[in-house]
Design a protein around this ligand. Structure first.
Ligand SMILES: Cc1ncc(COP(=O)(O)O)c(C=O)c1O
Length: 376
């Protein structure tokens, strides 16, 4: 190739050139290729350890002969099923290519350049990224004691605030908002600010003390609920999520989405997964039991853990977590080092199967011994 040809310089706005690509959890195939590790364990992306629902798999296999057709752009059957499940109207539901896409829609609908979007730090990285892409201004409020600082967020609202994103439970801490705190928070907000409760992990939540936005939106049109099939329903690879919101808001999101944003197999698999109660129950039991066992073993190793209402856990390893991450990668266990989330001494682990959790603990123990330390 002739490198001497000078390319014209590209005009890219600064808010695009300064974006940092999203750091995904290392894929299993990459670890096998790069490190020569066989059968690695991935506990890095909060995926479902028992896999997709067998009923969803069957439905996808049956639908394979129809792949030459465009999907149902209105998502009729899935919206119908969700509307029955939540006792709401189909017009109050918007489907997305993962709940990620709904975050993008909300920002495209409500945020003009210079408008403000509030989120917590750390929380799900996609809120700030999409806001930056839209030319919006990110107002980022640090968590207080590992929880959303609702007072701090309230005080940061200005005339330019358009959206507030709250992941409830929060990623990466697994903490939840209290109902009473949330009620006073909403009471202090202006009428025209939309509050997005991202409930990607809500199926795992056991406490009764947190608001459920799929219910709250009926009483307050500022509230939008986001849900996904990627976690408890085990369909992360098919990219399907949904939002529940006031029908006027839903109408605006519907205007910005592409005609076939949610693919055929995603819709079909999601429908079947909602019917597969046994799979959901097995997922929850595996997660809750695994969480308890992991907590016990991690405490034995001297690690501090954050109580979590999700399928993942933030763990204080009391030392540079990136070194623990690297050492574990070489031993075939993929976790997350939380430096980029502002917790340099923490790792985040997804609860796996019994065998995966056991392997994680064995490898962590070895790695800590090799560093001749316990966690703290
Ligand atoms: C808080 C939160 N919201 C949304 C998502 C993304 O969900 P989806 O796969 O539906 O785009 C994740 C995934 O990690 C998440 O942690």
């Amino acid at each position: 190739m002739d490198n001497s040809i000078k390319k014209p310089s590209l005009e890219v706005p600064e808010y695009i050139s300064t974006l940092v690509p999203y750091p995904p959890g290392k894929p299993i195939e990459e670890l096998e290729r790069e490190y020569g590790v066989r059968n690695p364990v991935k506990l890095a992306s909060n995926e479902n350890p028992i896999g997709p629902s067998p009923m969803a798999q069957r439905a996808v296999r049956q639908a394979a002969s129809n792949l030459h057709r465009y999907p149902d752009g209105s998502g009729y059957y899935l919206k119908k099923k969700l509307s029955d499940m939540f006792s709401i109207a189909p017009e109050e539901i918007v489907l997305g290519n993962g709940s990620n896409e709904l975050i993008d829609f909300l920002i495209r609908v409500f945020v003009r350049p210079g408008d403000e979007v509030i989120s917590s730090s750390p929380s799900f990285l996609v809120y700030t990224k999409m806001t930056q892409i839209a030319g919006g201004k990110n107002v980022v409020i640090p968590l207080a004691e590992f929880r959303h600082d609702l007072d701090g967020i309230n005080k940061s609202v200005t005339e330019r605030t358009r959206l507030i994103f709250l992941d409830n439970p929060n990623n990466p801490t697994g903490s939840v908002i209290d109902r009473s705190e949330f009620a006073s928070f909403m009471a202090g907000l202006p009428e025209d600010v939309i509050v997005v409760l991202d409930e990607a992990y809500m199926e795992f939540v056991r406490t009764e003390r947190t608001p459920d936005a799929t219910d709250y939106f009926r009483h307050d049109r500022r509230i939008v609920a986001l849900r996904t099939f990627s976690k408890a329903y085990g369909l992360a690879g098919l990219r399907i999520g949904y939002g529940i919101m006031d029908r006027e808001v839903a109408g605006y999101l519907d205007r910005v989405r592409q005609p076939f944003n949610v693919n055929n197999l995603g819709q079909i698999a999601a429908l079947a997964a909602l019917d597969d109660k046994a799979h959901l129950e097995a997922t929850l039991q595996t997660t809750w039991t695994g969480m308890k066992e992991l907590a016990r073993s991690l405490k034995r190793l001297g690690c501090r853990i954050m109580p979590s209402e999700t399928n993942f856990m933030l763990v204080d390893v009391g030392q540079d977590a990136s070194k623990i991450y690297e050492a574990m990668l070489h031993r075939g266990v993929i976790i997350r080092a939380m430096g980029s989330y502002g917790f340099p001494d923490h790792i985040r682990i997804t609860v796996g199967t019994k065998q995966e959790n056991k392997r994680f603990i064995e490898v962590l123990e070895d790695v800590l011994n090799a560093h001749s330390q316990i966690c703290v």
